[in-house]
Ligand binder design. Sequence first.
Ligand SMILES: Cc1ncc(COP(=O)(O)O)c(C=O)c1O
Length: 447
Amino acid sequence: MSSSNRTNIPNSLNEHWMPFTDNKNFKKNPRLITDAKGVYLTNHQGKKMIDASSGLFCNPLGHGRKEITEAVSKQLDKLDYCQPFNQGYGGSFELATRISKKTPEGINRIFYTICGSTAVETAIKIAIAYHRAKGDSKRFRFVGRERGYHGMNIGATTVGGMINNVKTFASVLMPGVQHMRHTHLPEHKFVKGQPDTGVEMAEDLERIAMNFGGENIAACIVEPIAGSTGTLVPPKGYLKRIREICDKHGILLIFDEVITGWGRTGSAFASQEFDVTPDMITMAKATTNGVIPMGVVAVKEEMYDAVLDSSKNPEGTPELFHGYTYSGIPAAVAAGLAVQDIFDKEDIFNRAKEMSPYFQDGLHSLKDLKEVVSIRGYGMMGGIEMKMKDKPGKSGFQTFKHCYDAGVNFKNTGDTLIIAPQFICEKKHIDEIIEKLRTGISNYSKS
Ligand SMILES: Cc1ncc(COP(=O)(O)O)c(C=O)c1O
């Protein structure tokens, strides 16, 4: 079928092997989205739903932003592609400057990737390259955390801590990776914001450093708030303690801010929100409001200098043998620049910060619902955990389907419903999300 007469419903669902999907189930009962505008989505049955997870945390500025689509379209007309190796175009430099103005001071060298996974992979490689540049080649170990999610290439899968993502691929994962325990303690079940207890979980890093030699560890990577496993908010003082232990052993600290970055916590980055500065920050998703894939690693200037200064390569040879065909391509950069304009014009991070208490109150008002066993959240992100049925994931998915029918769309991971509204939401939209969640969850309980 030509693209001009393509309909909303394809003739066949067989050929597309869908990612992270129960393909058999989906193809029997498809959920196709046909239109998106503002905070609403429409499905192939013409049903309108409110988007309660900003897509996959991608579109905090709302769907169908004209400023972004027009910027991309203009860019494609002028320069659709230029190779990013030993060549460039002005926009990618301009965007790097804009991004570096919002990252914490000193983290101002910007490497473009294609997505969150490739940002994490890049950060892993930069950590190794930096230590080598400093004459410290023995650091090869990495530390991640249980219930962390960092993406799906081999490096990101290894440092992540979600067992189902690892099981099938255990034989090909990176060597030398250890995991700290996650920070979600039983007493955190209905805590709003940062829990008071659990700072001692950071000592896991010290134990790993003791067991494997801190001098052998290249970097520790954490999401400041674990997003994909359902908004696990760090205990007070936890991230600061992780920073101290990294400093003590010369371990680099990577904050994976693919979800928490660009305002989700109410500050530009969680690093600023929690006042802890890592050595690298990975980001993706909201960088382009989700419309064109783009990942970014923001790197400490001193690390960039060390890698460049140590290079003895002849002229024209890269200092870092790493990059992607789509690193900072013009269309993605145009979207990124338009997004930066909207961030500034609409004071979007403050808008998220101001709406956060209202959203968090709404979320926690669902505490009385039968089958809800935990609610946690911070800023404009939250997790509602459903009581497990006979198998993990079953109640989460069934609740998701009841909520979808009730007119609210989001992502579930296992038995947790992940709620992350768009920052353009007004109070009435938050009310609508909470009301429809109440209906969907109640209908699931009755089913
Ligand atoms: C914290 C974090 N890091 C990395 C990724 C991977 O991003 P991508 O799917 O764009 O590769 C995700 C995706 O959800 C994420 O949440």
